[in-house]
Design a protein around this ligand. Structure first.
Ligand code: PLP
Length: 366
């Protein structure tokens, strides 16, 4: 694709930073991981950030650090990457699915509240595409029912709700996978203001080892390497510029697509700081083209698109008869999954590219 749907920002500063680690001979978890954790904690305005091997591991470890396991129920979004569900299932807990709002594509607080049972322990919202869920509404529900909040912020580094960053409302789980706003190739980060959760996570990440061969609890190896951290640290220094470029691309695209009456354009809701991981439109029921035809037309023009996600996680056959998966009817989520299409707005997309994308969308409808 001439204009791909995502592209990592890997300039000379990243190359230099990786070379420094290579030359140091210190390839495993070390000072660069600590540097990444400190800077990421600052970005999220939290006390602690714990680096792990990937975002899925971050979610599973966060759930375990909250003692969530067999018999416990977690309420999450059905409109997410399968990692969210797999992490819940790995702990032995049971997943229930709330419906989403068509405005932010994230779980709706009222729908979450309607699913609470005596077994419910945790609300796990997903801040999809870079915009947070309604954290005021969800926090109120969590507080009233004494539930933990674990945020799947894999796509929302630096996003905020009423000025308070994603990952600071509960225990935050971030991914540094190659296509995310910030990347280390593979990697993850967990954020928290709770010192005891942070301590448990640091122990769990390294076999529960307090000091050499002294084990406080069962753990595993979820360590990140300094090589990976070195890829990400320089990106953090430029991250505000990255977000601003995404925002400008999104705004330009929205201006140019405003007259397309068969498309619903994504919006930044009041009080939210969207970091535009994805710019996702909905193809209307009255549209002259289907979602897949639109994607195909754009591909023909060299424009990459993405369908995130084509199907609700709990509707995949692998989970059909899974004892820990409790299906529920989520009509908004089903409708959005059938109509969503993401268009490129990442920082390598130029203003001219945005013009071309908009033009190609107009063409597709003619
Ligand atoms: C990427 C992603 C994950 C998983 O992160 P990995 O680093 O790929 O394991 C989890 N949830 C969501 C919403 C994601 O986009």
């Amino acid at each position: 694709m001439r204009i791909p749907i995502s592209k990592p920002l890997l300039g000379p500063t990243v190359e230099e930073s990786v070379l420094q680690v290579l030359r140091s001979g210190n390839l495993a978890q070390g000072p660069v991981v600590t540097q990444l954790e400190d800077r990421f904690a600052a970005l999220c305005e939290v006390e602690h950030a714990i680096a792990v091997s990937n975002g899925t591991a971050a979610l599973e470890a966060a759930l375990r650090a909250h003692d969530i396991g067999p018999g416990d129920e977690v309420i999450t979004s059905p409109f997410t990457f399968v990692a969210t569900l797999n992490a819940i299932l790995a702990t032995g807990a049971t997943a229930r699915f709330a419906d989403i709002s068509e405005h932010d594509y994230n779980v709706d607080a009222r729908s979450v509240a309607s699913l609470i049972t005596p077994q419910t322990r945790c609300i796990l919202p997903v801040h999809l595409y870079g915009q947070t869920a309604d954290m005021a509404g969800l926090s109120a529900v969590a507080e009233e029912n004494h539930l933990a909040i674990i945020e799947d912020a894999a796509q929302a580094h630096g996003a905020a709700f009423n000025g308070r960053p994603a990952g600071s409302w509960g225990t935050g789980c971030f991914s540094l996978y190659a296509t995310k706003n910030l990347t280390s190739g593979e990697g993850g980060l967990i954020t928290t203001n709770n010192a005891s959760i942070a301590r448990r996570l640091r122990l769990y990440r390294n076999h529960g080892m307090v000091e050499r061969y002294r084990y406080e609890e069962r753990g595993t190896n979820l360590r990140m390497t300094d090589l990976q951290a070195a890829v990400c640290v320089p990106q953090l220094a430029d991250y505000a510029t990255n977000i601003e470029a995404r925002r400008q691309n999104a705004e330009q695209l929205s201006r140019l697509l405003a007259d397309v009456d068969w498309l619903k354009i994504p919006t930044e809701l009041p009080g939210r700081s969207h970091v535009w991981h994805q710019y996702t439109v909905l193809v209307g029921q009255n549209s002259p083209v289907t979602r897949d035809q639109l994607a195909e037309h754009l591909a023909g023009r060299g424009i990459g698109t993405g369908i995130y996600y084509p199907r609700l996680v709990h509707e995949y056959p692998v989970f059909e008869n899974h004892a820990q998966v409790i299906r529920s009817d989520t009509p908004n989520a089903r409708s959005v999954a059938a109509r969503c299409l993401s268009l490129p707005v990442h920082p390598s997309v130029t203003a001219t590219d945005i013009d071309e994308i908009a033009q190609a969308v107009h063409e597709a409808g003619r």
